[in-house]
Design a protein around this ligand. Structure first.
Ligand SMILES: *Cc1c(COP(=O)(O)O)cnc(C)c1O
Length: 445
């Protein structure tokens, strides 16, 4: 593959943008390929190379790169008729009605402009609603670039995970390991009266893909209820991806008090949202006194795209298709791994997938989960498959980044560059695409 154009563009980019990019994960080694356009399930780079795309914008592109016709029509008409006003529009009402009809926890919703903005606002809301300051999060969870959750450490020894955040901010955040029943119970025993909320992804989607073990989300639901704290699900990645239109909360049958959204809910345009019980969401200004506002919030082009996106999914076999192909891909990779790298763990559910390069596995693979780790206690791999962020971090992340990712790219398959971020299947992917991808895995693993 020739990458001359991309290299030249990166050379220019490095002079005018820090690291040459606008989001850190994009700076691949030795230089990223610059994308010229998308085409269905593929992207084409500045040198004309075509890649089968499983990054899909890091999650929003449920349909791949071609908008379904009603989405395209709505985007074009809203873009040419405005594009925005600073006054309400009908399509915001329609989208809010649609989401509250389908997502169990949502009675009311506030649209914002990014997942980060959604989780920032949700934390402020939970603190105001409960009159408490502390929030409990999961180690290895991700809630965007926000000061309250960019922390690392153990309960009692928590520090900001980046420069630029005062130590005093981290004092209010308590990170615990995902899937550890006792750790979170202990935290509630010590700090129960000061905890505003547990904020977690229902599935860790930014650190491998880690499914909750049986009963864990229920445990969080019970603990928060017992201590009058809120349960906040960050469904920015799982929302309208896992569990279809009811989201992961519907799939698992656990209803949080507040849910944050992003990615798919804006149909490929910048978006975030905070939904939940009316009594809580109404605390936002102007109905309540928790300040929340934004010039671009509820942007008509974004909201029209998001609404038509979800409406199209409700009226077509979208989730059947992406989930079937996701299953086929995880099943195929599981078979290849069994032959070529039996220590590795295939993870994911619905249309999410990843292979974690775990360093150890069981001697006998008979009876292992056939299509992605389900955290089944009876699975021979159960003791070896990642249960939390730290387990994923112990995997062979360097091999993924430096060898495997490069090799897949050379074969024309675009995966997420690090071991941690999830990959996705879109409605544009076909059975043939999956078969071609499995051939590439066979070569690269
Ligand atoms: C992507 C993501 C965010 C951040 O969303 P942005 O739109 O990038 O700010 C927050 N939480 C989760 C779970 C995410 O996957």
């Amino acid at each position: 593959m020739n990458h001359d154009e991309s290299r030249a563009l990166y050379d220019r980019a490095l002079s005018v943008m820090p690291g040459g990019v606008n989001s850190s994960v994009r700076a691949t080694q030795p230089y990223p390929f610059f994308i010229e356009r998308g085409d269905g399930a593929h992207v084409v780079d500045a040198d004309g190379n075509r890649y089968l795309d499983y990054v899909l914008g890091y999650g929003p592109l449920l349909y791949g790169h071609d908008m379904p016709e009603p989405v395209r029509a709505a985007v074009q008409s809203h873009a040419s008729e405005g594009p925005m006003y600073g006054a309400p529009t009908e399509v915001e009402v329609k989208h809010a009605e649609f989401v509250s009809r389908h997502v169990p926890s949502v009675e009311m919703i506030r649209f914002v402009n990014s997942g980060t903005e959604a989780t920032v606002s949700a934390v402020r809301l939970a603190r105001a609603y409960t009159g408490r300051d502390k929030i409990v999060i999961m180690q290895g969870g991700y809630h965007g670039a926000q000061e309250s959750t960019l922390v690392e450490g153990e309960p009692g020894d928590v520090h900001p995970s980046t420069r630029g955040i005062p130590e005093s901010f981290a004092e209010h955040t308590i990170p615990v390991p995902f899937n550890d029943f006792e750790a979170v119970r202990d935290v509630f025993e010590t700090h129960g009266d000061d905890i505003a909320a547990v904020l977690t992804e229902p599935i860790l989607g930014n650190k491998g893909i880690v499914m909750p073990v049986d009963g864990y989300l229920e445990h969080l639901r019970n603990l928060t209820e017992d201590h009058d704290a809120l349960l906040v699900f960050d469904e920015v990645i799982t929302g309208f991806r896992v569990g279809g239109l009811q989201c992961a909360q519907g799939k698992f049958g656990i209803t949080p008090d507040v849910t944050t959204f992003g990615k798919i809910i804006g149909g490929g345009f910048p978006v975030g949202a905070i939904g939940g019980k009316s009594e809580i969401i109404e605390q936002f200004t102007p109905s309540g006194n928790v300040f929340q506002s934004g010039t671009f919030s509820g942007h008509p082009v974004t909201i029209a795209a998001g609404y038509e996106y979800l409406k199209y999914a409700a009226e077509n076999d979208v989730y059947d298709h992406v989930n079937r192909l996701g299953e086929k891909l995880r099943r195929g990779i599981t078979d290849i791994v069994e032959d070529q790298a039996p220590n590795y763990t295939v993870v994911g559910t619905d249309s999410m997938f990843k292979t974690v390069f775990t360093r150890e596995g069981p001697a006998d693979l008979d009876g292992c989960c056939p299509a992605g780790c389900k955290q089944r206690e009876s699975c021979p791999r159960y003791d070896y498959c990642p249960k939390n962020g730290a387990d994923v971090a112990k995997a062979d992340t360097e091999r993924w980044k430096r060898i495997f990712w490069q090799e897949m790219k050379e074969q024309g398959v675009f995966l997420t560059v690090n071991q941690f971020e999830s990959q996705f299947v879109s409605y544009a992917h076909t059975d043939e695409d999956i078969e071609e991808t499995l051939e590439a895995y066979k070569e690269a693993l």
